[in-house]
Design a protein around this ligand. Structure first.
Ligand code: PMP
Length: 307
């Protein structure tokens, strides 16, 4: 939950969250015409630093999302990174923190279009583990992933999270931890807010970027660690629903989810029904890199000294 006393960026300046006022007529609130990012900063107790993970990569994706929605973002990627580091310095949280940049159509006007002015807001909230990390129970959703020619998942748009919310809500009401989407064509797409990997025949498999997924930054990070440290290549290809049931391991990847093993899908055990060795090893390596403790991945994080 956001705190009114914290610093944020809004209207081109650093302001306290509690001082931000938004009209209910704001275009994005009415029509979902906004894009956002989710970035994690990990607290490193021994260094006294926040390690901001993949900062630049998130703002590069943010720019692409903006382009798709005709949002005119004024700051450059470098400036967005600087603004974010300044918010963290001002708030100085000594705990794992989530950073939420949001660019949106801001006109207080009725009428659906993609013209009108863009506003940029960036705020932070504390965030520990978003989901449990030892084994999730998932179900394939009856809600299909919105397709690239309807509401493109490649752009991280506020409006597309209606699709997510419907699927997560149905999964939770049925007693599952998360939902797995299929594409309109019936192939595996992604989870609610995470990409999906399966382990089959000693290799990793993940749906391709044409499977109506968000092109996850953690997805890329996991492919890199798997290749370098586990000697495991990842194949990007269409994945059939029942491959999920036949897989040795299934896990979800995302900034919020981190690396979360799925131990049950549609009331069937995945592999042994316990977290598998590949997910377990990837988790360990990922957290080491994310907290700035693995020199091989020093380039993944930017350190912010917290007084
Ligand atoms: N898919 C969706 C729909 C998401 O919301 C997220 C979380 N941003 C992801 C995948 C994972 O992306 P990333 O690894 O960049 O956080």
């Amino acid at each position: 939950t956001a705190n009114d006393a914290e610093w944020a960026y809004h209207g081109g300046e650093f302001v306290k969250m509690g001082d931000i006022r938004l009209s209910p007529a704001t275009h994005a609130l009415n029509y979902g015409t906004g894009v956002f990012e989710g970035i994690r900063a990990y607290w490193n107790e021994s260094k006294g630093t926040l390690q901001v993970l993949k900062l630049r990569e998130h703002y590069e994706r943010f720019e692409k999302s903006c382009r798709i929605l005709h949002l005119d973002l004024v700051p450059s990627v470098d400036e967005l990174c600087e603004i974010t580091l300044e918010i963290l310095k001002r708030n100085a949280p000594r705990e794992d923190t989530y950073i939420r940049p949001l660019a949106y159509k801001a006109a207080p006007a009725v009428g659906v279009n993609l013209r009108g002015p863009t506003e940029l807001s960036i705020f932070t909230v504390p965030m520990g583990n978003y989901v449990e990390l030892t084994g999730l129970r998932c179900a394939v959703s009856g809600w299909r992933r919105s397709s690239d020619n309807a509401i493109p998942a490649r752009a991280k748009t506020t409006g597309s999270y209606i699709n997510t919310a419907l699927a997560v809500d149905a999964a939770h009401r049925a007693g599952y931890d998360d939902a797995i989407f299929l594409t309109q064509a019936g192939f595996v797409s992604e989870a609610s807010a995470a990409n999906i990997f399966i382990v089959r025949k000693g290799g990793l498999v993940t749906p391709p970027v044409t499977a109506d997924i968000l092109e996850g930054i953690t997805r890329d990070a996991v492919m890199e660690i798997a290749e370098k440290d586990l000697g495991m290549a990842t194949t990007e290809r269409d994945v059939g629903r029942t491959e999920l049931y036949a897989a040795d391991e299934v896990f979800l990847t995302g900034t919020g989810f981190q690396i979360a093993p799925v131990t049950e899908i549609d009331d069937r055990k995945v592999g042994t029904g316990e977290m598998g060795p590949v997910a377990s090893r990837l988790q360990e390596l990922y957290f080491g890199a994310a907290r700035g403790e693995n020199p091989d991945y020093a380039g993944w994080t930017v350190a912010v000294e917290v007084a």
